[in-house]
Design a protein. Structure first.
Length: 326
């Protein structure tokens, strides 16, 4: 986005999904001017966004950023550390929204280590301020050594407790703060799926927690950013109002299923996802289709796809709150 376009998105207005999706689709069509080839590791954020429909087969990325992370990490050995870090700036780890690598998406936040409880400061990238609220409430950090083209590098990642340790709660009804209707997480976050008692498709940290995104604890703080602490008042008001912005209650419901203190403390190969390149079974990542977003070449085509998406009843609506940026 240009600075003026981002400012327009940040202006307070009614939360109209059409407006937000139009911006996302317009951005996607600019980012994906060339089609992404299936099987080719993304080399840029635009390439990564071009794989959207390949990564999220339902078309819904609510609370499913673990799939962005897994898609990037499965080819980590082909990237330099700088390339890997750039790709992790291309999506919001809370909502799953594609992002531009822009100062407007940068938030400085202190988060606790999932094991020691020690606080680490760093940058995380988000589509809107409600996501930084959810992150501070429900997300911790953990480490993992990642193979890169320059050798192994230990990173600090954003993690939650594995919801599949108590998978029945994905079927628990709750009231959607936007529509007032009774829904379940399986309705609203269809890509949050379980396999053999673990979160399907996820890459797991050193202590067995699903990785949502990267925590940039060594990022350059000379670049512009927003302090998460400045959002404290807005976060409190949002909570009092029933989480009626951003992801609504979806992410907090998913992240709250399993307390990190109750998660498995797994070390070694047993903590690795079967989507990672250094594990032999890549079945979860095989057979993915060509990215549909790569075909969105014009705004007119974006509007057509938008209309189809809005009319589709195949899955719950995506939550996007770029308009909440203030």
């Amino acid at each position: 986005f240009s600075s003026s376009a981002w400012r327009e998105l940040r202006e307070p207005s009614a939360h109209k999904m059409i407006t937000v999706r139009l911006y996302l689709l317009a951005a996607a069509s600019l980012w994906t001017s060339q089609s992404s080839e299936s099987g080719a590791p993304p080399q840029s954020i635009s390439d990564l966004v071009g794989h959207y429909e390949e990564i999220f087969k339902s078309g819904n990325r609510n609370a499913a950023s673990h799939l962005w992370s897994a898609f990037i990490l499965k080819d980590s050995q082909t990237y330099t550390p700088q390339q890997l870090e750039t790709l992790f700036r291309g999506f919001c780890p809370i909502s799953g929204s594609p992002l531009p690598d822009s100062p407007h998406t940068r938030f400085y936040v202190n988060l606790s280590d999932a094991v020691t409880g020690h606080e680490h400061g760093g940058i995380t990238h988000h589509c809107c301020w409600p996501c930084i609220c959810d992150e501070q409430t429900a997300v911790k950090t953990d480490t993992k050594k990642i193979p890169t083209s320059s050798g192994p590098v230990e990173y600090r990642f954003l993690v939650i407790g594995d919801p599949c340790l108590n998978a029945k709660k994905l079927d628990s009804p709750f009231t959607d703060p936007f529509s007032g209707q009774t829904v379940t997480l399986k309705d609203e976050a269809p890509e949050v799926q379980c396999k053999d008692g673990r979160l399907a498709g996820a890459v797991f940290s050193d202590h067995g927690h699903p990785i949502l995104g990267m925590f940039f604890s060594k990022d350059d703080l000379k670049l512009p950013y927003t302090k998460a602490s400045e959002m404290a008042g807005k976060c409190s008001t949002r909570k009092e109002q029933g989480y009626n912005s951003g992801m609504g209650a979806i992410f907090l419901k998913v992240a709250g299923i399993t307390s990190l203190s109750k998660g498995p403390q797994v070390l070694g190969l047993s903590a690795l996802s079967d989507t990672q390149p250094w594990v032999t079974d890549l079945s979860l990542m095989r057979g993915r289709g060509m990215a549909v977003l790569a075909a969105v070449a014009t705004t007119g085509m974006g509007l057509a796809l938008l209309t189809w998406r809005l009319r589709s009843k195949a899955s719950g609506p995506e939550r996007t709150d770029l308009e909440s940026m203030e």
